[in-house]
Ligand binder design. Structure first.
Ligand SMILES: Cc1ncc(COP(=O)(O)O)c(C=O)c1O
Length: 441
């Protein structure tokens, strides 16, 4: 075993794993959409790491911006102002809808949601927070409670006041439910939400959080009209509508923010990941002018030593500029057509592919044992025989790095990928799915 891996396993605790069952790759070089391990093997980064390296690795402008900022002003406490903190906030607010006016910076995604929860409670004076079962919002105490999927359970019993409901996922709707149109799907899931609000007390609910497009839990794309309905419901009951854009934002779906695809108008946006592509940590909450004004007189009871960290802000400015200057979202539009065609082909020809879902360069392959019964490849939140881990290993052996969740494989490459790279990488996936077909036959 290499010295680096040996030391890593001796001293590092890794996320979401039994430590004895892991074998981390040692990466020594990264560039564009590629990574290299210490033996010089080259990999496609087909999940943009954790769906954050949107501009790929070692983008020269972001790297340079961080270097310049280190020389100029490496740190500044939150009570002061500096050029990059002001400019990063201005750029983010300008990228958001017109009714948004200020940003509260955090280190990353969980803290963004953590602070959005507090802002919602302070602004409304209410204490309940709703979110969907199939969602991930982070691993700190409050963000874990917001999280609907199985990783929430490590933090339970947790904090009172967090309520879950089922968000749109027609592929796995109860068997008795037959949808005849997209409008049916919208109505069905809006009814579930409104019933939940009524049962919980509409005047007790401060906010409803959505991952605008649910990411790691399946790239679940809301049906047409769903967010318009949510907006109406929120207005009717005085509830804040929060879009978690941490994974879906910054071009992943082809738009700056994913809600632009759905005519959704949130009251708060939480962001991280693609705001700096991971080169330096920076997340935050963008709020409407109405919420911002509330805190002109009322104390904003929130704070972080690294609020608006200059290195994160410098990285964000360079990242936001690069998205526009390099026409990155246009590339997403172009490559998304290629990806969609490849995924539809997989669904058609592979016995193990139950469903594929995609928007922009954000996609998921849902593996099943049987297409007709839709029995998932592994039970929800479990992989007792390590089947999904084995598939990830087969992909990695062929040079395709990504992650799995439940019975699903993520495909979310850096937004700068070319058509040739995308087609070549997906040939590897095709080959591995052939082997998985044999496993289920
Ligand atoms: C939608 C969403 N929200 C929040 C988070 C948490 O972000 P972080 O890991 O930066 O705390 C993630 C992380 O994957 C995410 O995908």
């Amino acid at each position: 075993m290499s010295k680096i891996r040996e030391m890593d396993l001796q001293y590092n605790l890794h996320s979401w794993s039994a430590q004895g069952s892991i074998n981390p790759q040692v990466i020594t070089k990264a560039e564009g959409i590629y990574l290299w391990n210490e033996e010089g093997k080259k990999y496609y980064d087909m999940s943009s790491m954790l769906v954050n390296a949107n501009l790929g690795h070692q983008h020269p402008k972001i790297v340079q911006a961080i270097k310049d900022q280190v020389d100029k002003l490496a740190y500044l406490a939150p009570a002061y102002a500096c050029d990059v903190r002001s400019l990063a906030a201005k750029k983010l607010v300008e990228a958001a809808p017109d009714n948004m006016s200020k940003v509260f910076f955090t280190n990353a995604g969980a803290e963004a949601n953590e602070n959005a929860i507090k802002i919602a409670k302070m602004f409304t004076g209410r204490n309940k927070i709703l979110s969907t079962y199939r969602s991930y919002h982070g691993a700190t105490a409050g963000a874990s409670m917001l999280t609907g999927e199985s990783r929430r359970q490590y933090a339970e019993p947790g904090i009172p006041g967090f309520v879950k409901f089922e968000g749109p996922y027609p592929y796995r709707a109860p068997k008795q439910v037959k949808f005849e149109s997209e409008a049916d799907v919208t109505d069905y899931y809006l009814e579930i939400l409104e019933n939940t609000l009524i049962y919980e007390g509409t005047d007790k609910v401060a906010a409803i959080f959505f991952e605008t497009v649910v990411g790691s839990n399946g790239v679940l794309i809301p049906p047409k009209g769903y967010y318009e309905g949510v907006r109406e419901m929120c207005d009717k009951y005085g509830i804040l509508f929060v879009c978690d854009e941490i994974m879906a934002g910054f071009g992943r779906t082809g738009k700056m923010f994913a809600f632009e695809n759905f005519n959704a108008k949130p009251d708060m946006i939480t962001f991280a990941k693609g705001s700096t592509c991971g080169y330096a940590p920076l997340g935050g909450v963008i709020v409407t002018d109405k919420i911002a004004k509330h805190f002109d007189k009322n104390i904003l009871g929130a704070g972080l030593t690294y609020n608006g960290h200059p290195l994160g802000c410098a990285a964000a400015i360079a990242t936001l500029d690069a998205y526009i200057e390099e026409n990155v979202f246009e590339n997403v539009d172009k490559q998304s057509v290629v990806l969609a065609e490849i995924l539809e082909d997989f669904k058609e020809k592979h016995a193990c592919v139950g469903d594929v879902r995609y928007i922009g360069l954000f996609s998921m392959i849902e593996l099943v044992k049987d297409k007709t019964t839709k029995e998932p490849m592994v039970p929800y939140g479990k992989d007792p025989d390590g089947v999904m881990a084995k598939i990830i290993g087969m992909l990695a052996a062929e040079g395709f790095l990504t992650y799995k969740m439940h019975n699903m494989l993520a495909v979310s490459p850096p937004l700068i990928i070319t058509e040739k790279e995308l087609r070549d990488a997906m040939k590897i996936m095709d080959k591995v799915l052939d082997s998985v077909d044999n496993m289920v036959k």
